[in-house]
Design a binder for this molecule. Structure first.
Ligand code: G3I
Length: 367
């Protein structure tokens, strides 16, 4: 008699379900209500705020660690739960960094978002050797089963699918090439979402995207393709609960308030929640004078937050980093004048900036 492991069951369940059968119970899996995900976001309280954090800095930099404890109700690992850190080789899982972050969060009563399970980006070299649909599905479901079950009950919200669209999509099928699309096509999304729901039915499943906020044909195409993708997941009764707006804002781009609000109304009509997951302001095109630049950074973020919060109450607002001391922005967007970027709520000396005040204003505006 062949014995079937739990993993085999999950692979089969994800596969069968990805074929589009309705939920076994007959109750729709798509957008099942999640009245409250974060304890910090209980009714009557401000929108919970959090930030992406780095495990090494939390260990080595006590003033940064204290600033995270003092300001963050939620944290999200900037890299420690991505494949390179947690699944560096075939069949090998390394949880030390992620576990250290979870311990820090537990010791300081901070909640944790998981980031990310299915992405094109930053994949370890070994995944390029995955060379069949069956192997791709097995590895993706195994990863999800291993990682999500380890933190079941302690991570209430996961970025299950991150950045599924190409930069300028001409439809929902314009998925960004990855090992998952190469082997599984668009089916990788239902497979990942169903596998996550099968492991942790209480987790909030999030599809996380960037460049949704602005005026212009590329951004209109992204909003349209994302809505079509969300509707295709609904039509196949794929479990999904929220859209994550990364909100990496650029000085050179105008927020398209009307189009963003129309998009958010459509997301709400699908009964999906909204999170702001990676807010920062990429300031390399702003003036060099700090007081002027900080005011413009806060102004742009304020425009975005006003547009969003006028239509929907985000389940959380997270910035992609807490302090300018640790930010990804100069990796790609160094300032021509050579001055340090200032994209985040606290400066490199952990002092509050106008951006901090703007976030506080909108956190408290829509209680
Ligand atoms: O840990 C290794 C280190 O051992 C090695 O010596 C070094 C040099 O190669 O690389 C280190 O890994 C780097 C990792 O950050 C940790 O610092 C990777 O090269 C680097 O690519 C990685 O960049 C991260 C990027 O995602 C890719 O995972 C950024 O810090 C992180 O801010 C960025 O975050 C993304 C979100 O996940 C999705 N949304 C966009 C956002 C910004 O790009």
């Amino acid at each position: 008699m062949t014995t079937h492991s739990r993993r085999d069951f999950l692979v089969q369940a994800a596969h069968v379900a990805a074929l589009g059968t309705a939920g076994l119970s007959g109750v729709s899996a798509f957008a099942t209500p999640r009245p409250q995900i974060f304890a910090a976001g209980a009714a009557g309280k401000p929108i919970p705020y959090g930030a992406a954090v780095r495990a090494d800095a939390l260990t080595s930099d006590m003033s940064y660690r204290e600033a995270v404890v003092a300001n963050c109700q939620i944290i999200v690992p900037e890299g420690e739960m991505k494949w390179p850190d947690i699944h560096p080789a075939r069949g090998e899982y390394r949880f030390e960094k992620a576990d250290a972050l979870m311990d820090f969060a537990r010791q300081n009563q901070i909640e944790v978002r998981g980031h990310t399970l299915a992405w094109y980006g930053g994949m370890p070299a070994w995944t390029a050797t995955i060379d069949s649909p069956a192997e791709a599905e097995r590895e993706l479901v195994d990863h999800i089963e291993t990682v999500v079950s380890r933190y079941r009950g302690t991570i209430p919200s996961w970025d299950v699918v991150n950045e599924p669209l190409v930069d300028w999509p001409d439809g929902p099928a314009s998925l960004r090439p990855s090992i998952w699309t190469r082997q599984l096509g668009p089916n990788y999304l239902p497979i990942a979402l169903r596998a996550t729901a099968a492991v942790d039915p209480d987790a909030q499943l999030v599809l996380n995207e960037y460049d949704i906020e602005y005026r212009g044909p590329r951004f209109a195409a992204r909003r349209k393709a994302l809505l079509q993708l969300l509707r295709s997941l609904r039509d196949r009764d794929v479990p999904l609960h929220a859209v994550g707006l990364q909100a990496h804002l650029f000085a050179s781009r105008a927020i398209d308030r009307d189009a963003l609000q129309d998009f958010l109304r459509e997301v709400t009509a699908l009964k999906l929640d909204v999170l702001i997951t990676e807010l920062d302001v990429i300031d390399y095109e702003f003036p060099g004078k700090i007081s002027e630049r900080d005011a413009m950074v806060a102004g742009l973020a304020g425009q975005f937050l006003e547009a969003v919060c006028d239509v929907v109450r985000p389940k959380a607002i997270l910035t992609w980093g807490l302090s300018d001391r640790y930010t990804w922005v100069p990796t790609y967007f160094k300032r021509p004048d050579g001055k340090p970027n200032r994209p985040l709520p606290l400066d490199a000396d952990l002092k509050r900036k106008p951006l901090f005040d703007v976030i506080e204003e909108y956190r408290r505006k829509v209680v």
